[in-house]
Design a protein around this ligand. Sequence first.
Ligand SMILES: C[S@@+](CC[C@H](N)C(=O)[O-])C[C@H]1O[C@@H](n2cnc3c(N)ncnc32)[C@H](O)[C@@H]1O
Length: 233
Amino acid sequence: MSQYPGWYYDEFKQIGVNYTDLEEVQAYDLRMQKLRDTEYEANRIRELLKIKNTDLILEIGTGTGELALRFSAYCRKVVAIDISKTMISFAKMKAESQRKTNIHFCNAGFLTYENYDEPFDVIVTQLALHHLPDYWKMIALKRIYGMLKEGGKFYLRDVVFPSFVRNYDSYFDKIITDLKISAGDEIAEETEIHIREEFSTLDWIMEGLLKSAGFCIESVECDGFMAGYICIK
Ligand SMILES: C[S@@+](CC[C@H](N)C(=O)[O-])C[C@H]1O[C@@H](n2cnc3c(N)ncnc32)[C@H](O)[C@@H]1O
């Protein structure tokens, strides 16, 4: 971060769960394999965004690389970035074992990645933007806008809190209690850390940030505290 001014946000410092710890990364990968159907997720995003085999895709906050690996079969090239070197090495190993040759991994993030190549057709980020405070989300979204082709698509899926809630204390208590029953203590504990220490924001703030960055929001899908936005440049 030495080339940035002293006031620039250090996105490499870990917020909430420490994703530079290999044990944490391995545990995350196992949990996600148990709880999520990443093949379904990738296919759904592919259909929603109408990804083509000529597309150049950027995935930000790739984590263990599941989405990038699946997209790579259906596009020209994926650039997959993450601020955690451990996550990037883990994802790279998976790609090598699957003989994927059209994924470029890079240790960088929303606020530091520089694209010296052609602009992207599609940019995707899942469960990562909440690591930045709201002002820096705005800077991240403006940078994403700048890296997309005219008419390019941006897909953002993240934890976003709904504004219809009357009592947030009981809302969050119920989320944790329900998660303990449906997904176990570990996920419930991780969610407590998320609410307490990470920077998930409210739906109206997220929509305002996307619009101020220049995006046209084509559709929003909400499922509890998860929201998925398809945006067009
Ligand atoms: C909860 S994981 C999600 C990983 C993956 N996208 C998924 O859906 O499973 C969050 C990821 O975002 C990464 N991350 C955190 N802050 C970031 C930033 N400023 N830029 C890029 N990635 C970031 C973390 O290192 C971690 O790999």
